[in-house]
Design a protein around this ligand. Structure first.
Ligand SMILES: [Mg+2]
Length: 245
């Protein structure tokens, strides 16, 4: 297991890609509580973004709409729904993948499973959906099976595991694809990418950043492709803050 702390770097040459839940705020059962974005976090991200000439984006499983409401009045560049939607700059138009046809069948299968299963909550997003079972980890296998049954071969959707949930999303959507898309666009292109995340769904992002010779940072325990590790969200903030020194 990689335990090396990330090095000190100059923020000016970096492009920041940041997961939200479990990375910048404590992971706290996202279906049950709304995380609090404090002013300290808003000003830290604003300063980092200024140092990096705008090259800072949230890369989350949450929708951009929800990210905006959590950070209000701060608006950030963002990839939402694991990269199924994106916005290159804070006030740019939101763009998204073409919705794959398989979302309809997956929706029916996931919703039916949630309706019949105590302890599971169904959440529909624009291009993805979630079966939440944070208090019932024993339901993971059944939830994954139900979601898989709705993902027909060739229909453009697939199942993805995350902490306390199973998601169905477009095959083309991943945090790695999102980071690669940003790295070809202004103001991210030409910089060294940094990606920090805590979950299984962040592994695609770590691989993409490693391929670009960037800085991949896993938050918390567990196997990871990330090259560096920080113990928790407080350590993430401390590391980001020292980049501003
Ligand atoms: Mg996370």
């Amino acid at each position: 297991m990689q335990t090396k702390s990330p090095p000190r770097l100059a923020a000016e040459a970096l492009a920041f890609f940041l997961d939200f839940d479990g990375t910048l705020v404590p992971f706290d059962k996202p279906d049950e509580t709304v995380p609090l974005v404090d002013d300290g976090l808003r000003s830290l991200l604003t300063e980092l973004r200024n140092r990096a000439d705008g090259a800072l984006a949230m890369v989350s499983g949450r929708s951009i709409e929800v990210i905006d409401s959590l950070f209000e009045p701060l608006r950030l560049a963002a990839a939402g729904e694991h990269g199924a939607e994106w916005r290159f700059t804070p006030h740019a138009t939101r763009e998204q993948l073409v919705p794959p046809p398989g979302l309809v069948t997956a929706h029916a299968a996931c919703e039916q499973f949630a309706n019949l299963t105590l302890g599971v909550r169904f959440e529909r997003k624009a291009l993805s959906m979630v079966l939440h079972f944070h208090r019932h980890p024993e339901l993971r296998e059944a939830a994954a099976k139900a979601a898989e049954s709705g993902c027909l071969p060739g229909s453009g959707v697939r199942v993805m595991h995350a902490r306390g949930m199973v998601e169905v999303k477009p095959v083309e959507a991943s945090k790695g694809a999102a980071i690669n898309r940003f790295m070809q666009a202004f103001p991210f292109a030409g910089r060294k990418p940094v990606f920090i995340g805590d979950d299984i769904t962040d592994e695609d992002g770590f691989l993409a950043v490693n391929a670009l010779d960037g800085i991949s940072i896993k938050v918390g325990p567990g196997n990871s492709h990330a090259r560096y590790r920080l113990p928790d969200e407080d350590a993430v903030r401390d590391w980001l803050e020292q980049l501003l020194d």
